[in-house]
Design a protein around this ligand. Sequence first.
Ligand code: ZN
Length: 204
Amino acid sequence: MQNNYPLTKIDEKNYAEGYWINGQWCNQTKIWIKNNNEINNEINNENIMYPTPKPDIEAVSKEFIDKLKKLCETVFFNTNINLKSYMGNSYCRICGCENKNKEYHFKSGDITFKMPEGMFHYYINHNIHPSKEFYDFVMKYDINNIDYKDSDLLSLPINKLTFILEFFIKLKADKKVIDLITDIILFKNRTLMLKGLKGIEFTT
Ligand SMILES: [Zn+2]
């Protein structure tokens, strides 16, 4: 029987959401051709194939998508969320469109989920429903209680810092955090201004 459940358990603590069956898109038939002999070798001793996405009529919960988007936005400053790039784009198994090449890793406690960035396309365009495990993980994730990548803040450009500041203000975060980011933005602005002044010749 075909497996359509989007979750793949790698081990007790590591899960992959939206890792679909390998193969390639056929432009003539407009269908995804599976490599039947290609197995999921990430899982030890088990020849499990990745699932096949099955579109649904019913839309995926907006609450879930909004929360997941919010979680992804914290990637700039949340120690427990990371985005990794891979070579080459992934292609949608249902419509064949190019579907991004990055992967999110979400950690909470000792559980880690990885999810391709292109998963949003499946949720939104094809009504692929999240696994119960991932749905619960996302909905329970406490966005107010995150570990900050504070050492990274100084290296971010002002536009990203402004984005983060707005995010925290919307979240009604701790005043200390808001003040810290505001200070960094002011510091960066001043540095830019000083750089701009260099090279200007003053005439008397
Ligand atoms: Zn598609």
